[in-house]
Every structure is written in structure tokens, then in C-alpha cells.
Design a protein around this ligand. Structure first.
Ligand code: 1CP
Length: 345
């Protein structure tokens, strides 16, 4: 593919190319999901979350539901960051009320004993082709993956945790074995994102949901370095693909993250002061964020005021409006409409 952007009319892609828009494009992390009644209905018809991801027709529908209802500027592929461990040979189950479980856990099981099954990702590429064929040229199609560190925390512990202690301890205790896990994730993620791009996504986001618990040196080693390698390898194959990095909880370390990983844009979580970000991040560098999901849940004047603050702080820079983390399942739909009216005027 040449330099020509595929969708010259898509506002979100313009922002990623460094062009500020008068009204920022908007989408919401986790916008395809449980706060939507039409999603809950689709989900009920399936035996679990994985059967939904593996049914490309249903997954395409879940991807498009928030676009049909709200007209967001981006559709995000309906899949999950945990399909990478699944493709690397771990078993994956979404246990009701408890969240995802991966077995065997790599804290006590050697990665080399897993049998890779990359064909498990094929239905996702089919979902991408289906969605890409129907999206309007104004709507950006976002692919995604987890970042190596965040995916590794699930592979090692077998589940989500508040502080990633099991994985952080392993990374100190056995950096050699942990590096092998990170490298395997990078290779599989490279194939996965390339597959999404070849099937038709316009840009990708790297979710590093658990970047915030690492000490400074470990952040360099396990967040920045693997992300930089992944970005550079992906650009070798797809030089023009915009990449949004989202190192949640990275605080002031986002400056080093931007400089060293060479992502195209940065996703900011809700703990970052947008005025600080505007002042200290490189001039003209595109940002995404960073409304508190809890203020969207709460609504009212607090919601309006928070939106105004973010719009004001980023009024002079390329900005994609988003939450600082995923939308909460209990969020009233009327609050999402209020948000869109406020941003779009
Ligand atoms: O049965 C269901 O409906 C399960 C709920 C659900 C959904 C809708 C899960 C389980 N994953 C998803 C889809 C999903 N996950 C998307 C789809 C597109 C969209 O954003 O609308 C995306 C981008 C993700 C990304 C994801 N999965 C992240 C990174 C973002 C974040 O929120 O931090 C993480 C950490 C996961 C793991 C995961 N998958 C599902 C759950 C409940 C979790 C969190 C588990 C935990 O840590 O306890």
C-alpha cells in the first residue's frame, strides 16, 4: 500500500495524521459490550464470550452495534486481548462472575510445552473483512491487541489481578524465562495485527492496561522495550499504519513511552491532568482521552464540566475524544447521548 490514506474523509485518521479537527472525533473504549441492550441480547444467544468472538457474523454485528446506535467516529473490532494466549496454546475460559481463566499458568509451566494454534485467530480476520466491507468511509476501523506486558500478566498468573504481583515477581526472579514469554507474545501479536491490517483495519490500538504497576526500570524493560520492538516490526511490514499506544497508569512516564516506542498517538487515562499533558507532550502530537468512566456513569453537570475541561485543554492539539478506560456496563445510554451532543454541538 502506498502513502495515500485509504479513507481521506475519516476525521479520526486525520487526527492520527496530526491534523487537529474543530470538533474532535469520538469513540469509547469497550464501546462494543454490556452497556448495550442489543449486545446483551446477542451475547445471550451464545454459550460464552469465545463462541461470540469465533462467530464472525455475530462478532461483526457486535462491532457495528455502537456505530449504528451512536455514530461514533471509530468502530473497534470485537475480539479480546486474550486471544493471543489462546493462539499460543493456553486454554481460555470466561468464567461467569470471575473473569477470564488461562491454563496452564506460566508461573509454573514452561512456555515451550504449549502447542501453538494460530488458526484460532482466523475467525477474527473474517470479522475484520465483514466489517470493513460495510463501514462508511468516514468511520475509522480500529484493530487492537494487548501490549506484550499486559498479555504476559494474564499468561503468567492465568487471570486478572489488582497488582500483577505474580508476574512482577516472576520478571525479577527469572527474567530469562519471562523474556521468552514476552518474545513469543511479540511474534504472535505481530502476526495478529498484520492479519487485521491485511483484512482491512485502518489503525490499531495497543492496550497496556496494567502498565502502571511497574517500577521505573521494569517499566523500561517490560513496557517500553517490547512495545518499541513490536511497533518497529509492525512498521517494517505496514509502514503507514497509525498506532495508538495506551499505557494505562504510566503517569509522567508517557513522555518516555512516546519518545522510545514511536507510537503515532497516545491514549491518556483519567488520572492524567489534560493541561499537564498538553503542556508537556511534544507539540502537535495526537492524544486520545481522557474522560473518567465514572463521570460518564454519573452524568449531570459533573459530566458536562469534565467534557468542557478536556475539550479546552486539548483545543490546540490533534485530539480524539475518549474515556480514560473502558465504559462501565451500568452506564446509562442517555449519558452517552449527552456526551455526544456536548462534543458535537
Ligand atoms: O461475556 C462478555 O460479554 C465478556 C465481557 C468482555 C467483552 C465485551 C470481555 C471479557 N472482553 C470483551 C471485549 C473486548 N475486550 C474488547 C472489544 C471491543 C471494545 O472495546 O468494544 C476489547 C478492546 C477488549 C480489551 C481487553 N480485554 C482489555 C484491555 C482493555 C481494558 O479494559 O483494560 C483487557 C484487560 C481484557 C481482558 C478481559 N476480557 C474480558 C474481561 C472481563 C477482561 C478483564 C479481566 C480482568 O482483568 O479481570
Amino acid at each position: 500500500m502506498g502513502k495515500q490514506r485509504k479513507k481521506p474523509e475519516a476525521p479520526l485518521l486525520k487526527v492520527l495524521a496530526g491534523q487537529k479537527q474543530t470538533r474532535p472525533p469520538v469513540w469509547l473504549m469497550r464501546q462494543a459490550g454490556r452497556y448495550l441492550p442489543e449486545y446483551r441480547k446477542l451475547r445471550e444467544q451464545k454459550a460464552g464470550f469465545l463462541p461470540l468472538v469465533e462467530d464472525s457474523k455475530a462478532a461483526a454485528e457486535a462491532t457495528l452495534q455502537p456505530i449504528h446506535r451512536f455514530g461514533f467516529d471509530a468502530a473497534i473490532l470485537f475480539s479480546d486481548i486474550l486471544v493471543i494466549p489462546y493462539a499460543l496454546g493456553q486454554d481460555l475460559a470466561f468464567v461467569k462472575g470471575e473473569g477470564p481463566k488461562l491454563t496452564p499458568t506460566l508461573v509454573d509451566h514452561n512456555l515451550r510445552l504449549l502447542e501453538k494454534t494460530p488458526n484460532r485467530l482466523n475467525p477474527v480476520y473474517e470479522t475484520v473483512r465483514k466489517v470493513a466491507a460495510t463501514l462508511s468511509p468516514k468511520t475509522t476501523f480500529l484493530g487492537f491487541s494487548g501490549s506484550p506486558w499486559t498479555v504476559a500478566t494474564y499468561m503468567v498468573a492465568g487471570e486478572g489481578s489488582r497488582d500483577q504481583a505474580v508476574t512482577r515477581a516472576m520478571a525479577y526472579r527469572d527474567p530469562q524465562a519471562f523474556s521468552e514469554i514476552i518474545d513469543a507474545i511479540i511474534d504472535q501479536t505481530l502476526d495478529y495485527l498484520s492479519g487485521q491490517i491485511e483484512a482491512g483495519v485502518d489503525a490499531v490500538q495497543l492496550f497496556d492496561s496494567w502498565a502502571g504497576t511497574l517500577s521505573p526500570q521494569q517499566f523500561e524493560r517490560w513496557v517500553i522495550d517490547p512495545t518499541a520492538r513490536l511497533v518497529s516490526k509492525l512498521r517494517e511490514k505496514h509502514p503507514d499504519i497509525p498506532i495508538i499506544g495506551f499505557p494505562k497508569g504510566a503517569a509522567s512516564r508517557i513522555k518516555a513511552y512516546i519518545a522510545d516506542t514511536k507510537v503515532t498517538a497516545i491514549g491518556l487515562d483519567e488520572t492524567i491532568d489534560p493541561y499537564w499533558a498538553d503542556q508537556y507532550l511534544p507539540a502537535g502530537f495526537p492524544v486520545q482521552g481522557n474522560l473518567d468512566p465514572l463521570v460518564l456513569l454519573s452524568g449531570g453537570d459533573a459530566l458536562d464540566q469534565s467534557i468542557t475541561t478536556i475539550l479546552d485543554a486539548f483545543s490546540e492539539r490533534p485530539h480524539i475524544f475518549n474515556l480514560g478506560h473502558g465504559i462501565l456496563p451500568q452506564t446509562p445510554l442517555t449519558h452517552v447521548s449527552q456526551l455526544l451532543e456536548k462534543i458535537r454541538g
